[in-house]
Design a protein around this ligand. Structure first.
Ligand code: NAD
Ligand code: UD1
Length: 331
């Protein structure tokens, strides 16, 4: 298939481009590089030994997006492009609503106009809010605690309604849990700008000596050791989940959790990182972070049953590959 990957230079998009190319698909990337670098596109080519087409464009810009659809016979779209920082979304709600929902509407509109029948959307476990774990696709969505989460709920709704009104349009809504790790080559990974918000990049930067210590946000949650529990998933497993979803996408709307189904606490992740890499990660317990929930992990049965996809890589692999990438940044 010819696949248009928006946000293909970003963390999850770049790994998905690698997996798509390795599976024999042709890839067109559209990314304005607002949170990524053009070098990543070169590294995707280096890892796979294959070419791809790259457009540095904003996917909310109507003329440019139309030009791509008019220039290539596209079979499917995977829409990763978007803003993703929860705190920033509270400060800049309009920027988040605009970027994340206008891009979805414009791409869906182009799909209908140019006869593109497959659409895969990057959603998030954040749409489950404070439902009871494990989160299953059948659960009612709860209002998100921040504008970022709302953009995912709204985009899902836009795509569901569009598919309902256009029965030939096939949509897959993929709800990611906590993607971490990096490509096993260490060439591509996650490099957040400024001080990281998320746990794994914070741990790798402490291990690298860029940050003094990890602040663990609370040890009084109702979890086995009191620290927050999440479903960390290796980004390569997540990428493979997209290729499975694309290959098997049929008419209608399909919703899948992409997680491992297993919860890991903050302290367990720190211990696993130390064990995998033989490095100490100094930490301190501090107060809870506003907006955090105690536990978040997937019921991952539906993706296994319908797509035949399960995550293959474990916590130690995630810690090893995340550290490999961090080391490559300073070498
Ligand atoms: P990322 O920031 O690394 O990648 C997003 C890419 O989109 C970047 O390369 C950025 O330059 C590009 N982009 C943003 N707005 C654009 C626009 N208007 N036009 C063109 N390019 C644009 O983020 P990621 O972690 O790879 O996340 C990808 C998607 O998955 C996002 O939609 C995110 O909300 C979603 N998601 C991520 C996580 C996570 O933990 N990383 C969890 C759940 C869902
Ligand atoms: C965060 C976002 C969520 C988003 C997800 C994936 C918030 C409130 N939620 O979720 O919407 O979908 O990232 O990008 O930002 N932790 C520490 N110290 C740190 C960082 C994190 O103890 O320096 C803890 C957190 O309290 C949590 C766990 O580590 O228990 C994971 O945190 P994080 O990586 O930020 O992911 P989420 O909170 O799941």
């Amino acid at each position: 298939m010819n696949v248009l990957v928006t946000g293909g230079a970003g963390f999850i998009g770049s790994h998905t481009c690698v997996t798509l190319l390795q599976a024999g698909h042709a890839v067109i990337v559209a990314d304005n590089l607002c949170n990524s670098k053009s070098e990543t596109v070169e590294k995707i080519k280096l890892i796979t030994g294959k070419e791809l087409i790259f457009y540095q464009i904003d996917v909310t810009a109507e003329t440019e997006v139309h030009r791509i659809f008019a220039s290539h016979p596209i079979d499917g779209v995977i829409h990763f492009a978007g803003f993703k920082a929860v705190c920033e979304s509270v400060e800049k709600p309009l920027a988040y609503y605009y970027n994340n929902t206008v891009s979805t509407m414009l791409l869906a509109k182009c799909c209908l106009q140019y006869g593109v029948k497959k659409f895969i959307f990057s959603s998030s476990a954040t749409v489950y809010g404070e439902n009871r774990v494990p989160f299953a696709e059948t659960m009612e969505l709860l209002p998100a605690a921040n504008p970022y989460g709302e953009t995912k709920v709204i985009s899902e709704r836009i795509l569901k309604d569009t598919a309902r009104a256009n029965p030939a349009f096939a949509v897959s809504l993929l709800r990611y849990f906590n993607p971490v790790g990096a490509h096993e080559s260490g060439l591509i990974g996650e490099s957040p700008q400024g001080i990281p918000n998320n746990l794994m990049p914070y741990i790798t930067q402490v291990a690298a000596g860029k940050l003094e210590k990890l602040n663990i946000f609370g040890d009084d949650y109702p979890t086995p050791d009191g620290t927050g529990v999440r479903d960390y998933i290796h980004v390569t497993d997540l990428a493979e989940g997209h290729v499975s979803a694309l290959d098997q996408l049929s008419e209608g709307v399909h919703i899948y959790n992409l997680g491992t189904g297993a919860g890991t606490s903050v302290l367990q992740l720190v211990k696993a990182f130390e064990e995998a890499n033989g490095i100490k990660v100094p930490y301190e317990i501090v107060s809870r972070r506003a907006g955090d929930i105690a536990s978040c992990y997937a019921d991952a049965a539906k993706a296994k049953r319908e797509l035949g996809w399960t995550a293959k890589r474990g916590i130690i692999d995630m810690c090893r590959d995340a550290w490999l990438f961090e080391k490559s940044l300073s070498s």
